[in-house]
Design a protein around this ligand. Structure first.
Ligand SMILES: *Cc1c(COP(=O)(O)O)cnc(C)c1O
Length: 372
């Protein structure tokens, strides 16, 4: 007897496509029988974890018989961000917070609005809540300022009375594109107050352009705003899974009602608390990224390949052909990058900025693949 389990779930979940993670180094080494593979596929920090975070995590391992306590991190974050502890929601990665938001503010009959070429978790959380994904065209590839970027006026236009949430990311993944304060303010003023705006700032610590907006400064003015951030990127703690949302305390209260008790583990909490103080590491990571982004951009110009504008820790390159072939060619050379066909970008590859020597290696591998 065979059971069709697909029919036992909801339509939204039956149609879900699972998230595709970047290929792990060990998987490539196993498959190709190579060693010393380089992974620049998941926007992880190439300098490793924050040393302060790592040291704290190691010490904490001896205490994992106790359930985790969120007080220290919440308190420290509140002080650092100049908000109250009641404004903060901790998540098992910021993805967890995105999912809590979907569970609280979406439902059958509602929709979530987000851009074409947006983060893969937005449609997953939306469909899992059995809400409709309302995908808005991105700015065109030949746009003079921000090709492939969020079209904020069009996103605002797409909102209707059934919209529960709008997801926007600044800078955005997988494009690297961004928007500035005036555009964000105009957008926020156009969004009805019954609609939750999620401003995903996973990469904000990397941005080094003058006047780049922080969503935190808008929370007072716009109580329907939730800002999400993560320890996965510049803090180098992706494997520990910890991120957070900052919002009106009434929103945080709702999120906390559906949040599983102890959703964030003890080691992650302690590591994140220590990593917040690791200013040397944060500075070194941002400096390396700034130089590395330039290095990659110059390298791709030399190779005659175009790329999207980026202020994040990755660069999205147009290979000018089916990117799957280039991806496989790079794998054979021991370099893992990220194909973007599942984001509707079959000719593009996303490359995480590495250390100078990593960037040289990826550029050399690209050169040999595209010339062959
Ligand atoms: C990497 C990333 C995150 C972070 O996810 P975590 O669950 O915190 O690891 C969030 N949003 C975007 C757009 C990202 O690219």
């Amino acid at each position: 007897m065979s059971i069709n389990f697909q029919q036992l779930t909801s339509a939204g979940i039956a149609k879900l496509k699972p998230y595709q993670p970047g290929k792990p180094i060990e998987a490539l080494e196993r498959e190709f029988g190579i060693s010393n593979a380089l992974k620049l596929a998941s926007n992880e920090n190439p300098l490793g974890p924050s040393p302060k975070g790592l040291a704290a995590a190691q010490t904490e391992l001896g205490k994992v018989n106790f359930y985790p306590d969120t007080f220290a991190l919440t308190d420290k974050l509140a002080k650092k961000l100049s908000v109250e502890a009641a404004n903060i929601t901790l998540g098992n990665g910021s993805n967890d917070v995105l999912d809590l938001i979907a569970r609280v503010f979406l439902a059958p009959g509602r929709n979530a609005v987000f851009s074409e070429y947006a983060f893969a978790v937005y449609p997953i959380s939306t469909q899992a809540a059995n809400a409709e994904c309302r995908v808005v065209k991105a700015l065109p590839a030949d746009h003079p300022d921000m090709p492939y970027g969020h079209d904020l006026p069009a996103l605002a236009q797409a909102i209707d009375e059934h919209t529960g949430v709008v997801f926007i990311a600044n800078p955005n993944n997988p494009t690297g594109t961004w928007f500035m304060l005036p555009e964000l303010l105009t957008f926020m003023q156009q969004v009805p107050e019954h609609v939750i705006v999620v401003l995903d700032e996973a990469y904000t610590e990397y941005v080094n352009i003058e006047g780049f907006p922080s969503g935190l400064t808008l929370l007072q003015q716009f109580p329907n705003l939730i800002v999400t951030r993560t320890f996965s990127k510049i803090y180098g703690l992706a494997g520990l899974r910890i991120g957070y949302g900052v919002s009106h305390s009434d929103i945080a209260d709702l999120l906390n009602r559906v949040r599983h008790p102890f959703n964030v583990n003890d080691v992650a909490l302690v590591a994140a608390t220590a990593a917040l103080d690791d200013s040397d590491f944060l500075r070194a990571s941002a400096d390396m990224n700034r130089n590395g982004l330039k290095q990659l951009q110059l390298g791709f110009i030399e190779l005659g390949l175009q790329f999207m504008p980026s202020v994040a820790n990755f660069l999205t390159v147009d290979t000018g052909r089916d990117a799957a072939e280039v991806y496989t060619g790079l794998l054979k050379q021991g370099v893992i990058v990220r194909p973007l066909a599942n984001y509707g970008l079959p000719q593009h590859l996303r490359i995480t900025v590495g250390r100078a020597e990593d960037n040289l290696q990826v550029l050399a591998a690209f050169k040999s693949v595209i010339k062959s």
